[in-house]
Design a protein around this ligand. Structure first.
Ligand code: AMP
Length: 299
């Protein structure tokens, strides 16, 4: 139970958190709040990665809004949606302890009311990697984030670098649609052994959990080769694959060395790049990434 307990000590004193379940309750809750407003979109099952985003919002924004919505439109596999972990009471307790001002926790019918018939589809940046592996995923993400940006009218929205392509897709959408919310990427929060925190980690069996830090090891090994001067993208991919191949429970979906701006696969790493991978452990699919060099997309 220790790792799932809610640490309330050494945190700011709890503030009153308003819960809105409908668009109109959200409008009421937002009426007259102080700006800037910071938005943290989540699918719940909150962990320290989400807490870090909330903390970042607190440092810049007068009002913080967390959305807690498991968005059916971004799951291309129905079973993945139904088995996504949910514990709203615990999530609300965390938001209270973290001093979140407003939690928007709507039903799907509130986000997509009867007659809803629009899809936001971002172009080339949404096509490779997660876009190719999970068809329709980024349409679902972009559509829900556009709705949340519209409903909350936030000045800033915080996203995790753990989902690097997602940040790039949302930035592109916000820029193209002239949405006034500024998209801010925050560093990936990890377990001490390097595994990126993810709501999906709860599904890992003990042996799979023990094997999962191989993702980070693969990324870090490739990074070391790059620091040592390796510029062949294929050699870096081979390095990552070799580390993952040594882990019998790891089923690799992809390893990528892509341009840091366009996510097009590289032959040579001569500028900012993104190392990324997707690996299955049993039925649990994990992703992680590591930027090489500074690019405006990953900064
Ligand atoms: P999710 O609830 O998984 O949809 O994630 C909500 C937000 O939290 C997204 O912007 C994620 O990128 C971010 N996030 C998830 N895991 C982490 C992590 N380990 N570190 C930092 N941000 C994260």
């Amino acid at each position: 139970m220790a790792s799932r307990s809610i640490a309330t000590f050494d945190r700011p004193p709890a503030r009153l958190t308003r819960i809105a379940r409908t668009r109109s309750e959200l409008r009421d809750a937002l009426a007259g709040v102080d700006r800037p407003i910071g938005l943290i979109p989540t699918m719940g099952w909150l962990h320290d990665g989400h807490r870090a985003l909330i903390g970042r919002a607190h440092s810049a924004d007068a009002t913080t809004v967390v959305t807690n919505f498991v968005n059916p439109r971004q799951f291309n596999v129905a079973r993945d949606y139904t088995k996504y972990p949910r514990d709203e009471a615990r999530d609300l307790a965390i938001c209270e302890a973290e001093g979140v001002d407003i939690v928007f926790a709507p039903d799907a019918s509130e986000v997509y009311p009867r007659g809803f018939d629009t899809t936001v589809s971002v172009g080339a940046i949404a096509e490779p990697l997660e876009g190719a592996a999970r068809p329709g995923h980024f349409d679902g993400v972009a559509t829900v984030v556009a709705i949340l940006f519209g409903l909350v009218g936030a000045d800033h929205a915080y996203f995790g670098q753990k989902d690097a392509q997602q940040v790039m897709v949302i930035r592109q959408m916000a820029r193209d649609l002239a949405l006034p919310t500024q998209v801010i990427a925050c560093p990936t929060v990890r377990e001490p052994d390097g595994l990126a925190l993810s709501s999906r980690n709860v599904h890992l069996k003990p042996a799979e959990r023990a094997a999962a830090p191989a993702l980070r090891r693969a990324l870090m090994t490739a990074r070391e080769r790059w620091v040592d001067g390796e510029r062949s993208a294929e050699r870096l991919r081979e390095q990552m694959l070799a580390i993952l191949a040594a882990e019998p429970l790891a089923n690799v979906e992809y390893v990528s060395v892509a341009d840091g701006e366009t996510l097009v696969e590289l032959e040579r790493v001569d500028g900012p790049a993104l190392l990324s991978l997707a690996v299955r452990f049993g039925s649990t699919r994990l992703i992680d990434n590591e930027p090489l060099g500074v690019s405006p997309s990953t900064a």
